[in-house]
Design a protein. Structure first.
Ligand SMILES: *[C@@H]1O[C@H](CO)[C@@H](O)[C@H](O)[C@H]1NC(C)=O
Ligand SMILES: *[C@@H]1O[C@H](CO)[C@@H](O)[C@H](O)[C@H]1NC(C)=O
Ligand SMILES: *[C@@H]1O[C@H](CO)[C@@H](O)[C@H](O)[C@H]1NC(C)=O
Ligand SMILES: *[C@@H]1O[C@H](CO)[C@@H](O)[C@H](O)[C@H]1NC(C)=O
Ligand SMILES: *[C@@H]1O[C@H](CO)[C@@H](O)[C@H](O)[C@H]1NC(C)=O
Ligand SMILES: *[C@@H]1O[C@H](CO)[C@@H](O)[C@H](O)[C@H]1NC(C)=O
Ligand SMILES: *[C@@H]1O[C@H](CO)[C@@H](O)[C@H](O)[C@H]1NC(C)=O
Ligand SMILES: *[C@@H]1O[C@H](CO)[C@@H](O)[C@H](O)[C@H]1NC(C)=O
Ligand SMILES: *[C@@H]1O[C@H](CO)[C@@H](O)[C@H](O)[C@H]1NC(C)=O
Ligand SMILES: *[C@@H]1O[C@H](CO)[C@@H](O)[C@H](O)[C@H]1NC(C)=O
Length: 310
C-alpha cells in the first residue's frame, strides 16, 4: 500500500528511556472515517469505522469504544479528559490503525522490597501483577516484547492462545548495582524475550530469584511493551518508578471466517476498491485499500482514488 503522507517522529525523552510517539499525517485524512452522523474522535483519538463510540456506529460489540470522561484528580481544577476504553474493559486505547492494529496502554507489574537479612519487607504492599484480556483480539507477537527490569528479577508470563492453549515463559535479570548496568538489554539489569503469536489474555508476575541484596530498597518491573517504544538504559530504573502505563500493540480482525468464506457472506466488510487479508494464525480477516486508493476500506463509501490508479 502506498502511503502518501509524512511521518513525524516526536521523541519524548524521559531522562534516558525513549518513548517515540509517531504521528502519521496522510493525504487521505479528509476521507470519511466514521459512519455518517457518527462521532469520529474520542478526545484526540481518531475512531474510524468498524470502531465507534455510539450505538449503531460500530460493527458489533468487539468494536465498541467506550469514550468516557476521566477526571484528572492531580490538577486542582479536576480537568476532564475524554478517555477511550476498548470494549467494556479498562484498557485505554491510544491509536487505532485501519491495518488491523491498535495501541493500548497497560499497567506495569512491579515488586518493591527491602531486604534486611531477617526477611523481605514488601513496599506497596506486595508484588503487584496485572491481568490483561484482549480476546477476541490478540496481542501482536511481531510488535511487542516481554521485558523485565531489576537486579534480582524473575518475571513469568502466563497466558492463553486460541483454542484454550496455555502458554508460559519467563525472563531473568540480575546485576550488582543498578548504576553499573550496560546500555543494552542483555540479562544484566534487563531481560527481554519474544512472545508467542495469538495470545488472547495473560498475566505478568514479577518476583525475586536470589534474595541476596541486603539493606537496599529495590524494585523489579515486568511488562509486555511495544518494541519500538522502549529502549533500556541504566536510567530505566528511575524511569520505571514513574511509568504507570506502557503501550502495547493489539491485532484486531473482523469475524471468525477467512476471506474466502467471508466474501460470500451477506455481511462481508471489505467495501469498494479494497482487498481482504486473512489474519495469520487467527480465524478472521481485515481489509486494505487497493494500491492507488486511500481512506477507510470498511466505510460504506469504500476506498477513494487519491490519484489515478496505475
Ligand atoms: C498509529 O498507528 C499507526 C500504525 O501502526 C502508525 O503509523 C501511526 O504513526 C500511529 N499514530 C500515533 C499517533 O501513534
Ligand atoms: C493530570 O494533570 C497533570 C498536571 O497537569 C498531568 O501531569 C498529568 O499527565 C495528567 N494526567 C492525565 C492522566 O492526563
Ligand atoms: C485546569 O488546570 C490545568 C493545569 O493546571 C490547565 O491547563 C487547564 O487550562 C485548567 N482548566 C480550566 C478549565 O481551568
Ligand atoms: C463506559 O465506562 C463507564 C466508566 O467506566 C461506565 O460507567 C459505563 O457503564 C461504560 N459504558 C458501557 C456501555 O459499557
Ligand atoms: C525470598 O524471601 C521470601 C520472603 O522472605 C521467601 O518467601 C522466598 O522463599 C525467598 N526466596 C528465595 C529464593 O530464597
Ligand atoms: C484466559 O483465557 C482462558 C481460556 O479462554 C480462560 O480460561 C481464563 O480464565 C482467562 N484468564 C483471564 C485472566 O481472563
Ligand atoms: C548511568 O551510567 C553512567 C555511566 O555509564 C553514569 O554516569 C550515570 O550516573 C548512570 N545513571 C544512573 C541513573 O545510574
Ligand atoms: C457475519 O455473519 C455470519 C453468519 O451469519 C456470522 O457468523 C459472522 O460473525 C458475521 N460477521 C460479522 C463481522 O458480523
Ligand atoms: C485465506 O485462508 C484460507 C484458508 O484458511 C485460504 O483458503 C484462502 O486462500 C486465504 N485467502 C487469502 C486471500 O490469502
Ligand atoms: C503462525 O503462523 C506462522 C506463519 O504462518 C507459522 O509458522 C506458525 O506455526 C503459526 N503458529 C500457530 C500457533 O499456528
Amino acid at each position: 500500500m502506498a502511503l502518501h503522507g509524512m511521518l513525524i517522529l516526536r521523541p519524548l525523552r524521559l531522562a534516558g528511556t525513549i518513548f517515540v510517539l509517531a504521528t502519521l499525517a496522510t493525504a487521505t485524512a479528509a476521507a470519511a472515517q466514521a459512519l455518517p452522523g457518527c462521532p469520529d474522535y474520542c478526545g484526540d483519538l481518531k475512531v474510524p469505522y468498524p470502531f465507534g463510540t455510539v450505538e449503531s456506529c460500530y460493527l458489533g460489540e468487539n468494536f465498541f469504544i467506550n469514550c468516557t470522561t476521566k477526571i484528572n484528580t492531580t490538577t486542582s481544577n479536576f480537568t476532564q479528559i475524554p478517555t477511550a476504553y476498548l470494549m467494556g474493559s479498562d484498557n485505554i486505547v491510544t491509536n487505532i490503525s485501519l491495518d488491523g492494529e491498535l495501541q493500548i496502554l497497560q499497567r506495569v507489574s512491579h515488586d518493591c522490597f527491602y531486604n534486611d537479612r531477617k526477611g523481605v519487607i514488601h513496599i506497596s504492599p506486595n508484588s503487584v501483577s496485572y491481568k490483561l484480556q484482549v480476546s477476541p483480539f490478540t496481542i501482536s507477537d511481531t510488535r511487542n516484547k516481554l521485558v523485565s527490569i531489576g537486579c534480582d528479577t524473575f518475571a513469568i508470563l502466563e497466558g492463553y492462545r486460541q483454542d484454550e492453549e496455555r502458554y508460559e515463559s519467563g525472563c531473568l535479570s540480575l546485576c550488582g548495582r543498578p548504576n553499573s548496568v550496560p546500555e543494552s538489554c542483555s540479562g544484566i539489569g534487563c531481560c527481554t524475550a519474544f512472545i508467542p503469536s495469538g495470545l488472547k489474555n495473560h498475566t505478568v508476575t514479577v518476583s525475586r530469584y536470589k534474595n541476596d541484596s541486603y539493606g537496599d530498597w529495590r524494585c523489579s518491573y515486568a511488562f509486555i511493551v511495544e518494541e519500538n517504544y522502549f529502549k533500556f538504559s541504566n536510567a530505566s530504573f528511575l524511569e520505571m518508578a514513574k511509568a504507570r502505563n506502557l503501550p502495547m500493540v493489539i491485532n484486531w480482525e473482523i469475524g471468525d471466517q477467512p476471506c474466502a468464506a467471508a466474501e460470500k457472506s451477506h455481511n462481508f466488510s471489505c467495501k469498494a476498491n479494497s482487498k481482504c487479508i486473512n489474519r495469520t494464525n487467527s480465524s478472521g480477516y481485515f481489509c486494505m485499500c487497493l494500491p492507488g486508493y486511500g481512506g477507510n476500506p470498511y466505510h460504506p463509501d469504500g476506498c477513494q482514488g487519491n490519484h489515478d490508479p496505475v
